[in-house]
Design a protein around this ligand. Sequence first.
Ligand SMILES: *Cc1c(COP(=O)(O)O)cnc(C)c1O
Length: 229
Amino acid sequence: MSIADNLSQVKREIADNCHRFDRPESAVTLLAVSKTKPLADLETAYQAGQRLFGENYVQEAVEKHQQLAHLPHIEWHFIGPIQSNKSRQIAETMDWVHTIDRDKIARRLSEQRPAEMAPLNVLVQVNISGESSKSGVLLEQLDDMVELVQSLPNLRLRGLMAIPAPQADEASQIAVYEPLQQAFLALQTDHPEIDTLSIGMSGDLAAAIASGSTMVRVGTAIFGARNYP
Ligand SMILES: *Cc1c(COP(=O)(O)O)cnc(C)c1O
């Protein structure tokens, strides 16, 4: 199938799950994860109407950002781990960062965000399935991280992100998301401007939409399999 066909199918799957879980279709935005994929694939997706792209590797993200700078309304989301020596490149090019989980990185991104750019939209990454990943803050640490991010002038806190360990079935996927959804709702009560819960990948779209996702990050189902993660 073509990238355009894949995009239509993913959008249909998102819409179907919104109906199934009683949510408006407009509640869930599609982020196309284009890591490792050639520029031509991103251009094809753009021609088919896709505007939000997610990248994991700094060098690749910066190059694609530069090469596609002529496309109006394209939006770049950084969704990979951040080393402090790479934070400046991210601060200078990206529209969003989904992977804020360390004070030092949050501070650097705010300091390095150019004054003439809009504040960087950020999500705090939460570690909801402790064994499988080193990334993300624990839920117990979330309040401190939220407070820090909100004190930084060039960051705009938009919400939370998570990458859970793979689960065997939809019920288990939903169970793993449950504490995160509760934390997100609690955060929104205190901070009504927070609007983004970034959960859901090719393998768990339904569970993520059931759990309140507002942004799904889909790679394989749009662009096909990758040679490396
Ligand atoms: C690669 C990646 C995705 C997309 O995964 P697929 O299984 O290809 O849909 C989503 N989120 C993050 C953080 C990723 O690294």
